[in-house]
Design a protein around this ligand. Structure first.
Ligand code: ZN
Length: 312
């Protein structure tokens, strides 16, 4: 049942139909956490609540981005929340404009290292239209940033589209390119199952530094110098797909649905969030619109330039 007449050119904002919850440990802290998603009214946005800290609210917005290294963390008035990007990627791709995300720890559960458990959770919750039009941020002028050989750019486009290139100089990975129009269906099918990954040589150092206390073979793809240790992969180019997922999770910090093409070339969390900050600061780069244009481009393509290692 739709609350508004179903005008596809002027879509309504969405929230979830009913509360849902999931439990797991954090990747960095290994602390058990319970995440609960609740319906929220129009124009709320995605708002986290630390229920262990008197329901302290942290909006999923780039103004609240904290330290950005292995994962994106949010921080507001000294209250931290880590590893938000896999949930945000799922919410943003599914067009969930408004939701309260209650969490009783300082880090979201890592679960299997992908966005799949969050997509399952949203399917369980169902989506509901609200009586308010969605307000898109439509990019009208390009913006490009770079840092050495890492680059990211955002360009005018009729829909939300990402182009993501990674090249890890590793024989089990190789150059991988993902290009797609992002919506609930394409994200659920092509990106959501792609897991985070890490290298054994980094793993021990990170564990010593206490950065990945919750890391295990169950919540990340782990690679040594030549191959994948815990195959099989879910996709031959699972690495590139996960990086596209992370990019979308960071773009969610715009706080509004985007009409733009984002091209990321070996970029990472830091460059993603810098792009969002600079975009929002410069009002000459975008306009606001309630109109959703018809998709024109093919919805998905991926390419791997080097065959993945058969040792996995
Ligand atoms: Zn990730």
């Amino acid at each position: 049942m739709h609350v508004l007449s179903d005008d596809k050119r002027m879509p309504s904002q969405l929230t979830i139909k009913r509360p849902v919850e999931i439990e797991g440990v954090g990747l960095h802290t290994a602390v058990p956490a319970r995440l609960k998603l609740l319906p929220a009214p129009a124009d709320t946005g995605i708002v986290f609540r630390r229920v262990d800290l008197d329901n302290f609210e942290i909006e999923a917005h780039v103004r609240n981005v904290a330290r950005v290294s292995y994962a994106t963390s949010l921080m507001k008035r000294g209250v931290l929340l880590s590893t938000t990007e896999h949930l945000l990627a799922a919410l943003y791709s599914c067009g969930v404009d408004n939701v309260y995300a209650e969490i009783d720890a300082l880090e979201l559960p890592i679960l299997d290292g992908s966005s799949q458990p969050f997509i399952d959770l949203l399917n369980q919750a169902g989506l509901r239209q609200l009586r308010r039009r969605r307000r898109y941020l439509r990019v009208i002028k390009p913006l490009e940033l770079s840092e050495g050989d890492r680059r990211i750019g955002i360009y005018p486009a009729d829909e939300f589209r990402v182009h993501c290139f990674v090249d890890y100089q590793h024989q089990a990975i190789g150059p991988q390119t993902i290009e797609m129009t992002v919506d609930r269906e394409s994200f659920s099918n092509e990106l959501a199952p792609a897991r985070t990954f890490g290298f054994v040589k980094d793993f021990l150092g990170l564990q010593e530094m206490g950065l990945i206390r919750g890391g295990s073979l169950a919540n990340a793809i782990v690679l040594d110098d030549t191959s994948v240790l815990n195959g099989p992969l879910r996709f031959p180019d699972e690495f590139g797909r996960h990086k596209a997922l992370d990019l979308i999770g960071d773009l969610a910090l715009v706080g509004r649905p985007l009409q733009a093409l984002i091209v990321a070339h070996r970029a990472g969390h830091a460059l993603h969030t810098q792009l969002v900050t600079r975009l929002l600061e410069d009002h000459s780069l975008w306009t606001e619109t309630t109109e959703h244009r018809a998709p024109a481009m093919p919805s998905f393509s991926s390419s791997i330039s080097v065959t993945a290692s058969s040792q996995s």
